[in-house]
Design a protein around this ligand. Structure first.
Ligand SMILES: C[S@@+](CC[C@H](N)C(=O)[O-])C[C@H]1O[C@@H](n2cnc3c(N)ncnc32)[C@H](O)[C@@H]1O
Length: 397
């Protein structure tokens, strides 16, 4: 019996409950104790699964992660609930009632789709992964909506489904795969399959070059809590060629308007750091227009402006000082201002933030942010602090 089958027995389930909160440091002692009453193989499977569940909490939340089953690759490659739920709702809004989830992994997306009320055919060719997806549908009470099939997705007939969702494997033997044709299955196969369905969503790496986005697709970059998570190619949304950046938990969606690159302008009192999804979607111009700003430098995604206009798509900072990059000068300034908490941000600078912090040894009760960047090509430090909501309301303009 494999580990999963062992864990699905009544003894396995009871043991999983028992070891649920085991800390890594306690594992050896817990294993030794449990082996007195249970087979060693089951004990190590339960402890391994408990560890994976703990890792999965960040993606799935404690409640679901505590009931689901994972493989090491499965937890790593799965979509977090926030993003999967957002996509599932979009499909639901498009009128989708049944979807073929091609490359379902342990079922992160299938679960969110089913919870949105969509029937799911979930396909994965890896036998253990498919079995885990099945166990997860069962564990979360969604078996009635999710049919798991162990098969190669290239051999699955998707006719009859109103949508296909494809989340290809992007990890090869050596880390992440950047070439979309090296995805398994390749992106070109996914795009062809998408074209045959009324609606489709293909999950891809956020670093994908814009040139490879097919003309028929709408491209959306998604971040969660400020971290870029993925890009999605949508088909059948009625907006071919559209570009969007969506920020979760919102969701807040910025639509591209095809604006030209913003002009470079002199440094103003405010600096806006666009969200990573906005930057990846190439929508910095849309944000610059929203805040009435321009670029600090033609090649860098920092926007500078004279006013603190609130926008969900960028974090605003009030800049108090500007000087050429110079560690000694920064150290002196921070000492004078009694800055003990220094946040280092950089774009267009090779300086290591940690190393800089070590060199300037900030001390004191105050906090500041330093931006290491280029202004009109010259290495520059801009020092300031985030604009808080209250400041924005009272600030002029
Ligand atoms: C990125 S994971 C999917 C993660 C999933 N969306 C989730 O949230 O849990 C990709 C999966 O594709 C599967 N896969 C890769 N090529 C496949 C193929 N040709 N047929 C079926 N499954 C495939 C792998 O076994 C892997 O489980």
């Amino acid at each position: 019996m494999n580990d999963l089958a062992l864990l699905l027995t009544p003894e396995g389930r009871a043991l999983l409950d028992e070891v649920r909160d085991t800390e890594p440091a306690q594992e050896l002692a817990v294993a030794t104790r449990l082996r007195r009453d249970h087979p060693a193989e089951l004990v190590s499977a339960a402890l391994g699964q408990a560890r994976l569940r703990q890792r999965a909490v960040a993606k799935f939340g404690a409640e679901d992660a505590g009931r689901m089953f994972f493989t090491p690759n499965g937890v790593e490659q799965s979509t977090r609930t926030s993003v999967a739920t957002y996509r599932a709702r979009r499909l639901k809004e498009l009128g989708v009632t049944c979807v073929a989830d091609l490359c379902c992994g342990i079922g992160g997306d299938a679960v969110a789709l089913a919870r949105a009320g969509i029937r799911v055919l979930a396909v994965d060719r890896d036998p253990l992964t498919a079995a885990v997806a099945r166990a997860n549908a069962e564990a979360l009470g969604l078996a009635g909506l999710i049919e798991v099939r162990e098969a190669d997705v290239t051999e699955v007939d998707t006719a009859g489904y109103d949508a296909v969702f494809v989340d290809p494997a992007r990890r090869g033997g050596r880390g992440r795969v950047f070439d979309p044709e090296a995805y398994s299955p390749p992106l070109s196969w996914a795009v062809e399959t998408a074209a045959r369905a009324p609606h489709a969503a293909l999950k891809i790496a956020p670093g994908i070059p814009h040139e490879v986005v097919p003309a028929a697709a709408e491209a959306e970059w998604i971040s969660d809590g400020g971290d870029v998570k993925e890009a999605v190619l949508w088909f059948g949304t009625g907006a071919p060629g559209a570009v969007r950046a969506t920020l979760l938990p919102g969701p807040r969606t910025l639509l591209g308007r095809g604006l030209p690159d913003p002009a470079v302008r002199p440094v103003g009192r405010y600096l806006y750091e666009p969200d990573g999804a906005v930057i990846r979607a190439h929508l910095v111009a849309e944000v610059a227009e929203e805040v009435g700003g321009g670029l600090l430098d033609a090649t860098i995604a920092y926007v500078t402006a004279d006013e603190p206009r609130p926008t969900p798509y960028a974090t605003a900072y009030e800049i108090t000082d500007r000087m050429p990059f110079n560690v000694k000068k920064l150290k002196a300034l921070l000492r004078e201002r009694e800055v003990g908490t220094l946040t280092v941000k950089k774009r267009g600078s090779a300086v290591e933030p940690e190393e800089l912090r070590r060199k300037v040894r900030p001390q004191g009760p105050n906090a500041a942010t330093v931006f290491l960047t280029r202004v009109a090509g010259a290495p520059t430090m801009l020092i300031g602090a985030p604009v808080r909501a209250g400041d924005r309301a009272s600030a002029p303009g």
